[in-house]
Design a protein around this ligand. Sequence first.
Ligand code: HEC
Ligand code: HEC
Length: 452
Amino acid sequence: MKNPPLIIFVTSGLFSLPALHAEVGVLNLTELANYANQPVPSYIVHDNTPANNPITDVGATLGRVLFYDRRLSRNNSVSCASCHEQGHAFSDPDVASTGVAGTTGRHSMRLINARFNREVRFFWDERAASVEDQASQPIQDHVEMGFSGASGDPGFEVLTAKLSAIPEYRVLFAATFGDAAINEDRIQRALAQFVRSIQSFDSKYDAGRALANDDEDFPNFSAQENLGKRQFMLPPDQGGAGCASCHTPPVFDIDPASGNNGVIGKIGGGQDLTNTRAPSLRDLLGPSGPNGPFMHDGSMTGLGQITNHYRSAIPDNPSLDPRLRRPALPFHNRDLAPLRMFLHTLTGKAVYEDPKWSDPFDANGSLQLIILPPAAFDLVRDESGEEGTRVLRGRVAPNLDYRIEQSTLSGETPEWETLATVRSDADGLIRHEVTTDSGKRFYRVVFAPPSP
Ligand code: HEC
Ligand code: HEC
């Protein structure tokens, strides 16, 4: 027979064990975390994911590795996560974040529910056109990660060459994009998939919103929380503080038409009238304290300062939002305690804890093992081979050594043993003959990055 059908053995397979616990430094692409199909509440209707970059589990996993990798900065000292900490709703407790050459001019932003924002432009001043466009800007920033190509900095092409020289990135880009090429577009896509995957919908507010609309009291709220919700939702002429017209529920993202809110300071002094965006007010507070400081200049640390700002007559400036060109609201700051209680109901839990958004590297900043996805391989009958032999074949990143491992998968914690080390060819093909009558019936392909 010239072209025998591909037969995957029924008693043998390409397999991986359910992870009993996630091992540090092990990236298991056979059991990807769910980034692509996370449940989203029915009342969330906007999604700014572009048709050409949907979230995939493997793409967001690559994005996670990039997000936590300090090698994305020119001197290997700063990662995205240095300024966007998971335990702090992906913001920074410092007013100004430390990059490779000094500190940032604005306060870092929480990265919560970016995917569901109606304002699809990013940064406080909305200078990035999309999450993809945003993703390479910190890398190219002289202060933040330092691949600016100016002021004596290396350019972006030096970063792509640097990453291309790291075998585990060739493996991961090949698993994500079909071949091992590494370029700015792919780096942006993977990082954007990871950032868009960060979502938080398990707050007390969400439990209430599932039962009632925003203009109704929530059955799971205290009387004070419901009063605070009305203060947040209603405009000043109906007795509220008018927050919802700019920080629109249920995402609590910024109204794309918002002007500035009268906070016009600059870190280090001076004036900045250009800031018209805020991240979602969800997870403003974390389970263990505020995720502040707040505002683009980090000038506010507590909710009392914030409600005091908004209840007052805000000094005019040329780009102050017209909604805030109004006299002081008829509230004493203590009258707004319920509003502050309401803001506490917007705090989630999983976003701070879920390992899928955590650092994938071990204590030395390395990955020890990448277990490749079985979909990249098949186990076929060998035309010319002996009875009882099969060929394990697949396409991976070229010219690298991969380990073929086998196991019986029996017992509580089945052991994998190395069968062979096989080098992929220049087209990325690997091929290895396996004997299927040894009782070891399951196979997997792993890449163990060489120690740096
Ligand atoms: C040195 C600190 C630092 C590093 C490193 C850094 N960021 Fe940021 N990030 C900030 C600051 C500061 C802002 C706000 C800047 C501004 O608006 O001018 C920000 C804003 C953002 C925003 C906009 C959020 C919004 O709602 O508009 C995103 C998304 C983001 N960063 C993602 C990343 C990614 C991805 C990386 C890594 C490639 C990264 N950041 C690296 C400090 C940092
Ligand atoms: C006219 C639109 C508008 C209204 C009304 C408004 N805000 Fe804002 N808000 C903004 C803008 C714009 C920012 C970004 C400020 C900056 O430049 O730092 C912001 C920032 C914030 C922040 C800081 C977010 C962060 O991540 O640091 C909080 C908290 C906040 N607003 C709460 C409120 C509350 C509570 C109310 C109602 C009392 C309210 N806002 C009313 C537009 C508005």
